[in-house]
Design a protein around this ligand. Sequence first.
Ligand code: SAM
Length: 286
Amino acid sequence: MLPHSSTDVSGTLYIVATPIGNLDDLSKRAKDTLEKASFIAAEDTRHTKKLLNYFNIEARLFSLHDHNEKDRAQYIAKLLDDGEDVALVSDAGTPLISDPGYHVVSYLRDLGYQVSPVPGPSAIITALCASGLPTDKFFFQGFLPAKSKSRKEVMASWKQQAGTTVFYESTHRIKDSISDLMDVFEDDVEIVLARELTKTFETFLKGKPSYILQRFEEDSNQVRGEFVVMLDYREETDADDNDQEAKRILEILLQDLSLKQASQLAAKITGLKKNYLYQIALQMQS
Ligand code: SAM
C-alpha cells in the first residue's frame, strides 16, 4: 500500500484511555472524544457499551481484538480516508498496554495517518506511583508466560534488570506466580502487590514472597481481583555485589596486614564503612 498523505479531510484515530475500576476516572477529554468520534473500536463491545451507557454516550461500536486486528486496520484506514474520526478503546486502561491495538497503530502511523493519544488511567503507572518503590527507572514485563518453567526463566532474567520490575497478574495465577518468585529469589526480594486499584477493595501489600503467601493463606480475599506485582531487587543485588568485592579485597589485604589495617584500607578502596568491613573480615577469619 502506498503511504497515505494526511489531508484536512482525513479523520484521526484517537487512542482513548478508559477507567481501570472507578468510572469517574474517565477524563473530560476522553468523554468528549468518545461522544464526537464517528465510530468506537472496542476490545469487547458489550463491555464498552456499559461504559458508554453510564455516560449517556450513543454507541457506534465495532469490535477490535487480537483476532481481527489486521483486517480492522484496513477498515479503519478507509474510515479515516472518508473523513471519519475513530476512537480506539480497550476494556480498561490504556489501549495497547497489554491490550489490542498495536497492529492498527503501527500500520496507520507507517502510512502517515493521524493517530492521537487521549491519555488517562493505566494500571502500571497507577500501581507504581503509590508503591513506594523506585520510580526513576522501571521495567514492564506485561503478563508472564502461563507455564511455571518459562515463568521462572523470565523471573531469573530480572536479576540483571536495573530498577523496579512490574508485571500484570490475574486472580487465577497470582499464588503460583508469587510461589515462583519465592523459588527464584529465595525470599531475598521485597514485593509490592497492588490489588483492585481505584476500586472498593483497593489493597497494597508489601513484603517478602513468604509473607505474601502467608497473607494469602490467612485471608482468601487477598487472592481476589486484578493485580499489579512490583519488585525491586536492585538494593539486594548491589549489596551482594559490594560484599563480594569487599571480601575479595580483604582476602588480599589480610595476607599482609592486621585485621584493623586491612579494614581501614579496604574502606578507602571500596567506600564502605570501616566497622562493617571489620565485621566481614572477622567472619572471614573465624
Ligand atoms: N490496558 C490496561 C492498562 O492500561 O493497565 C491493562 C489491561 S490487561 C488485559 C489487564 C491487567 O491489568 C489485569 O490482569 C491486571 O493485572 C491489570 N489491572 C487492570 N486493572 C487493574 C486494577 N484495577 N487493579 C490492579 N490491576 C489491574
